[in-house]
Design a binder for this molecule. Structure first.
Ligand code: ATP
Length: 240
């Protein structure tokens, strides 16, 4: 049924070794929405994305993608099922060229013709990448690396994009372009995004829903515009 949320997280506990970082996270993410995941340093935002993409396996709880449990699913199967994770620090392979990095994004795709189409679309979206397709990753600026990481994820044609701090180190204008692109992908292709951001204002400007984590727990889930405009909520949960 179409009313099954794209992502359901139930009671997820996860961490690195003995002490959990996440303590019983519950989340429901409808398809075609953007959710901003906010919270102070160390709140567990990055760990949440890692738990969802299987990098930090949960010690308890359930994660369901389109109604099917995905705990323990190998990463290439998660990609095939529509999940893409753009990690903090971006994960561009600096020894490879722009084009080789983008091809990595299509590695698991069976539809080779569409993988090629998706690659061309990324070059249209990110003009600087098209100009520098033979440049090595280490020759790119921070903004270009961010575009490349995002572009590589898009070549996989994800349904669910997990995006960790895309604005980190970028000029406000570039951040604005990335936010506008996410909004566009949501509106045109129904992309679902989980967006971890320190830049609270720009995240809430593009998101439908805001989720605030504190010490590994969800402390509030609210309409993004309300979280942004309601002074009491802002003071209580976002500290500004
Ligand atoms: P930030 O914005 O600083 O990245 P965050 O909300 O994303 O913060 P996490 O990176 O998920 O928070 O970190 C949550 C907790 O987990 C922190 O206490 C951190 O020290 C710890 N942690 C993160 N990564 C590791 C790791 N690889 N090994 C051990 N502990 C870790």
């Amino acid at each position: 049924a179409t009313d099954i949320p794209l992502l359901q997280v139930q009671g997820v506990t996860a961490g690195y070794g003995a002490a959990p970082v996440l303590h019983g996270i519950d989340l429901t993410i409808p398809a075609g929405t953007i959710t901003a995941v906010l919270g102070a340093n160390g709140a567990g935002k990055t760990t949440l994305l890692r738990a969802l993409s299987g990098l930090v396996p949960p010690t308890s709880g359930r994660i369901m993608l389109a109604g099917e449990e995905i705990g323990g699913t190998p990463v290439e199967r998660l990609v095939r099922r529509g999940m893409a994770h753009v990690p903090e620090g971006r994960g561009v392979v600096t020894e490879l060229t722009v084009e080789e990095n983008l091809r990595l994004g299509g590695l698991w795709r069976r539809d080779r013709a569409d993988a090629k189409r998706a690659l061309d679309e990324v070059y249209q979206l990110f003009e600087p990448l098209a100009r520098r397709r033979r440049a090595n990753g280490h020759q790119l600026s921070g903004g270009e690396r961010q575009m490349l990481a995002l572009g590589r994820a898009l070549v996989a044609r994800p349904k669910l994009l997990l995006l960790d701090e895309p604005s980190l180190g970028l000029a406000p204008r570039v951040t604005g372009q990335i936010m506008a692109l996410l909004r566009d992908l949501r509106d045109r292709s129904g992309l679902t995004v989980l967006l971890v951001e320190q830049n609270v204002r720009s995240a809430l400007s593009v998101a439908d829903t805001g989720v605030v984590l504190s010490l590994g727990r969800v402390v509030v889930t609210a309409d993004a515009a309300r979280l942004h405009d309601d002074e009491d909520l802002r003071h209580a949960y976002l500290g500004f």
